[in-house]
Design a protein around this ligand. Sequence first.
Ligand code: DGY
Length: 335
Amino acid sequence: MSERPRVWVSQPLFDDIVARLGEYFEVDATAAVTQHTPEAANAALRRADGALVTLNDPIGAAQIAGATRLRAIANVGVGYNNLDVPALSAAGILASNTPDVLTETTADFGWALMMATARRVGEAERWLREGHWQRWSFDSLLGSDVHGATLGILGMGRIGQAIARRAVGFGMRTLYHNRSRLPEAVERECAASYVGFDELLARADHLILVLPYSPQSHHLIDAAALAKMQPHATLTNIARGGIVDEDALCDALEHNRLAAAGLDVYEGEPKLNPRLLQQRRVVLTPHIASGSLATRRAMVSLAVDNLIAALGYGPDAGRPPSPLNAPVRAGESVG
Ligand code: DGY
């Protein structure tokens, strides 16, 4: 009997969902949340035909060196800046991610964070818990309105569009900037108008970042960009931490050049820039935008489907639902 393919699961996920891999493969599961060194990931991948990984697992040339059996990497997450897709393609490894299933949940959270930021919910809760509340007062912890304001969305993919659709109910004017302008019908459905980057910064009362992280978007929101925003504006980031220059953000907050910020993602997370912790007017959450139970389960389930199909098994054998590349292995034909 020929040996069954072997897959590596890099982090503990939902056992009952991951168990589906056991129908087809030998599974090397990781029992506790682990920051694998490149050497440890490489050792695991050299034994594997496929792997299920998360944003905690950078997978590039160092991790796949000598992994001659490896044919598929399924990322549990829509963002895939942890994967070096060109390196995986060059090695004939099929990469996949988990779009769509998290769109609405992530948009809900973007709104929660934006509203908490505008209405100073984090600061108010800390103040109350610290025992400062002596009596109700008319002018305590005044925030800014979300309804009727101008919403700026930077990055108008699926999640950006879902955020825009919600803004209709709040009577907001929605402006967006994206690499490419959306078709008119989509703009109409989202009630959103395309503007240039500088105009978006200058006009938004509440700016939310939902664009992918790449060398082009690294520190896109820097001191110069923040200087173009209105002093009463808020900034919410649910994309990737590296898009914002955190020191420039702290400078802007400290000099009242920006009213408040809501951050779910950080450059170098889980380590935090200590200056952020000192800011009163920031709401900080630990990268949980897609974190409803149902959605996290759906993400793992889609990643499992991708891995099974990419390795040529299951009902979608050879046709993973959400591939990121179409690599061709040496000796295989494309036709
Ligand atoms: C994503 O899917 O990219 C989220 O940031 C969580 O993984």
